[in-house]
Ligand binder design. Structure first.
Ligand SMILES: [Zn+2]
Length: 246
């Protein structure tokens, strides 16, 4: 009997995972990260209503400089800047950022990266990008978080725009002990000036795009761009961020 039926139950390994997903979904129904409504098995971490209702910047439709581009005026030269969502305290964008940073929701990050890439690949000013560079986070944070959220976004953008990613390494500081006693801002200040470029890195003449999860004052990016421009004065730099606190 068992032998007779065996053929009917032949499953490829790849077939097993959707079943596993469906079973898990029955036991723990997934909920939308913004409105907590129950999601159908095929939904992304956000329900269709919330996806439609997000605080989109629509910067891709602007013909003049955006508020994000103006943020860098007089500080560092950038070609262009794009942010997908506006960040407002208590809004859905805040929930999305928290989900990305603290809940290991890599799928969400990759989905947003894909959406951003799908928008920008249609725009001629974004067609000559050579490299995506995720804004690095402190290695300790990356270790405890399991990933760098900006790198996850960059992966999604890279997928839909077919542009390679070049990760910046951060050098370990010799003064870690004393740094832990300093304030958070100062500590990051030390770190961001300590990133390393591998010996293979050659960005001469390239158009590089920094990818960040959220831009508020722009100070981190300003510092990174300044440092990169010191080493490669003839590169062009642009910026992509999931969110912008306007
Ligand atoms: Zn929802």
């Amino acid at each position: 009997m068992i032998t007779k039926n065996r053929g009917q139950f032949k499953l490829k390994l790849s077939d097993l995972f959707p079943i596993q997903d469906r079973l898990l979904h029955l036991i723990f129904p997934a909920t939308c990260i913004a409105c907590k409504a129950e999601l159908s098995a095929s939904d992304t971490p956000l329900c269709p209503f919330c996806i439609n209702d997000l605080d989109y910047t629509h910067f891709e439709k602007y013909t003049e400089s955006t508020t994000l581009e103006k943020l860098f005026w007089g500080r560092v030269p950038i070609e262009q800047a794009y942010a997908h969502l506006f960040y407002r305290k208590g809004g859905s964008t805040q929930q999305i950022l928290q989900e990305l940073k603290y809940k290991f929701n890599a799928e969400l990050g990759r989905n947003f990266g894909n959406s951003i890439g799908n928008i920008l690949r249609e725009k001629k000013e974004w067609m000559d990008i050579d490299v995506l560079v995720p804004v690095p986070i402190h290695p300790k944070k990356e270790f405890s978080r399991g990933y760098n959220q900006s790198a996850i976004l960059a992966e999604g953008i890279s997928e839909s725009m077919s542009i390679p990613i070049h990760a910046l390494g951060l050098k370990k500081s010799k003064h870690t002990e004393s740094q832990t006693r300093k304030g958070r801002f100062l500590r990051w200040d030390n770190v961001k000036n300590n990133f390393s470029l591998s010996s293979q890195t050659n960005w001469d003449g390239k158009h590089i795009v920094f990818v960040d999860d959220v831009i508020t004052t722009g100070a981190t990016l300003e510092s990174l761009i300044r440092t990169v421009l010191e080493k490669y004065p003839d590169i062009r730099v642009s910026v992509i961020s999931l969110a912008f606190a306007a």
